[in-house]
Design a protein around this ligand. Structure first.
Ligand SMILES: Cc1cc2nc3c(=O)[nH]c(=O)nc-3n(C[C@H](O)[C@H](O)[C@H](O)COP(=O)(O)OP(=O)(O)OC[C@H]3O[C@@H](n4cnc5c(N)ncnc54)[C@H](O)[C@@H]3O)c2cc1C
Ligand code: FES
Ligand code: FES
Length: 493
């Protein structure tokens, strides 16, 4: 059975939509069709958060709300979810608690960012752990840019409103909403359009494999945090969209004793805790990945498949010797992740083939991992360089090293000369580390672009080799880090 509509939950009832262009964004749908213009467009590229709305999905028997950027989310991606916009919060003539707190704390001036901020606070109101820390609020607001009020009153409003147990129309109607959302989960393939132009959302991996093999020219969409920008900034004429978000099985995390299997559509937010358990530096990397909105939509599979030379996960997962599973029709194959990246934006993937899973080996007792994201801003910034190191120790000696960098060339790539120079080094003899630091210059021809110069990247990479060695030698991060202290991270994860 194929469904020719999308269905979502809105204001306590099911809504059905069909006949839309596959590249229609949720923001355009809200503003141009529903004529709900409370949700604003600022940057149209996922950076400012003015377009933030909440999507609710049933997890563990309750509705779990997450913020998303409507500007770079396709309308079709709301299938099966509850959609909440800023117009839905006030009830019975009363402001929602987060709105009241924003008024009380003077959290708004020109007001352009305010609907987005209110929606981020709405998701925090429903999702936050109590007691709520100022740091957790800062993280939750990292994807919302306010240009005039300043964040202190906004953070105060968050602390005031989100500290208590939720008591709003959404918590009162929780059971009704869970029932409504559960009824939407029909397990049917969605196909809206015809053979030349369609939005499709296969419900199983098999129907995805079949559809993509028949339409290898279609654009796969997972979280749409990259593809969305092709639409809003590149004005791409995308005619065929296959959304992976309903394909059962691709969203699964498999924890084994020695490996972590991450399905291609697992979002960054979902993968975060499992990755953090492998090493706190992976947890910190995920905390700094985009914003809450980007982590709630963006997927691990999308980050690998897009082949970006500055993607954050590829270097970390390559250093950990991860493997990539691909599928084409009925055939699957597994390759070392590092072999996937062939040249600038060219990957080892034939037409009609998709990424199905990433398998990450966990660290063994004598292995040490370090990952460093270097960017201009702490929050919501793409890396200038991203370096990851795995040292296999034999006492105080490095028996083997795996090093991978992003931002240092056309693809994420291992530093083979550096790895060779690191093997055999004594952690107790810093005077012998120079050759390994020098070797990195032979491994890469760094990018030279608006994010940073090639010379800066080369210096940073060399310094990161020293940093990884000195942190491993001392077992401490107090002298080497301002943020991401490993002891504190380990305690927090
Ligand atoms: C504001 C903002 C901040 C960001 N911050 C970061 C950051 O800090 N670090 C970082 O690395 N990136 C960042 N990104 C980039 C982006 O969010 C990530 O690369 C994200 O992981 C992409 O995943 P997605 O699911 O949204 O991919 P999509 O946009 O859905 O897809 C990306 C590409 O991969 C293809 N694709 C997706 N899934 C598959 C699959 N299973 N098989 C084959 N092909 C597939 C698509 O066809 C497309 O070519 C940011 C983006 C934005 C907008
Ligand atoms: S309009 Fe800026 S994030 Fe969507
Ligand atoms: S109140 Fe003006 S941008 Fe935030």
């Amino acid at each position: 059975m194929v469904r020719e509509t999308i269905r979502f939950w809105r204001q306590g009832r099911a809504v059905e939509v069909s006949g839309f262009h596959p590249r229609t964004t949720l923001l355009d749908y809200l503003r141009l069709q529903e004529r709900r213009v409370g949700t604003k467009e600022g940057c149209a590229e996922g950076d400012c958060g003015a377009c933030t709305v909440a999507l609710g999905r049933v997890r563990g028997g309750r509705v779990h709300y997450e913020p998303v950027n409507a500007c770079i989310l396709l309308l079709g991606q709301v299938d099966g979810a509850e959609l909440v916009t800023v117009e839905d919060l006030a009830a019975g003539g009363e402001l929602h608690p987060v709105q009241s707190a924003m008024v009380d704390a003077h959290g708004s001036q020109c007001g352009f960012c305010t609907p987005g901020i209110v929606m981020s606070l709405f998701t925090l109101y429903h999702a936050s752990e109590r007691p709520l820390s100022r740091e957790a609020v800062n993280d939750a607001l990292a994807g919302n840019l306010c240009r005039c009020t300043g964040y202190r009153p906004i953070v105060d409003a968050a602390l005031q409103a989100c500290g208590e147990q939720p008591r709003d129309a959404f918590s009162t109607n929780a059971e009704h909403n869970v029932q409504g959302l559960t009824a939407l989960a029909d397990g049917q393939d969605v196909f809206i359009g015809d053979e030349t132009r369609f939005f499709a959302a296969p419900a199983s991996e098999d129907s995805l494999a079949d559809l993509y093999a028949r339409h290898p020219d279609a654009t796969l969409v997972a979280g749409c945090t990259d593809v969305g920008l092709w639409i809003t900034k590149g004005m791409a004429e995308i005619e065929k969209v296959i959304w992976l978000g309903r394909a059962a099985g691709l969203d699964v995390i498999e924890e084994a004793s020695d490996t972590l299997g991450i399905g291609a559509t697992v979002t960054h937010a979902e993968a975060h805790p499992s990755l953090a358990r492998i090493d706190p530096d992976l947890g910190e990397l995920m905390r700094r990945f985009g914003s809450w909105q980007v982590r709630a939509s963006g997927t691990v599979g999308g980050n690998i498949a897009n082949g970006s030379p500055i993607g954050d996960l590829a270097p970390a997962l390559i250093a950990l010797s991860s493997a990539l599973e691909l599928r084409h029709g009925d055939a699957t194959r597994t390759i070392p992740l590092e072999n996937f990246f062939i040249a600038y934006r060219r990957q080892d993937r034939v037409p009609g083939e998709f990424v199905r899973r990433i398998v990450v080996p966990k660290l063994k007792g004598h292995e040490v991992f370090r990952a460093y994201k270097i960017s201009k801003r702490f929050d919501e910034d793409i890396s200038a360089a991203m370096g990851a190191f795995k040292f296999t120790l034999d006492g105080r000696r490095i028996a083997e090293a795996r090093v991978a960098f992003g931002g240092m060339g056309a693809t994420p790539k291992r530093a083979l000369e550096t790895e060779q120079a690191l093997a055999g080094l004594s952690l107790d003899d810093p005077s012998s580390w120079g050759e390994a630091m020098a070797a990195i210059a032979r491994d890469y021809q760094p990018l030279d672009d608006h994010r940073s110069s090639a010379a800066y990247r080369a210096t940073v990479a060399r310094n990161l080799v020293f940093k990884a060695l000195s942190e491993t030698a001392s077992g401490e991060t107090r002298a080497t880090r301002i943020i991401g202290q490993r002891d504190a991270l380990q305690a927090a994860e």
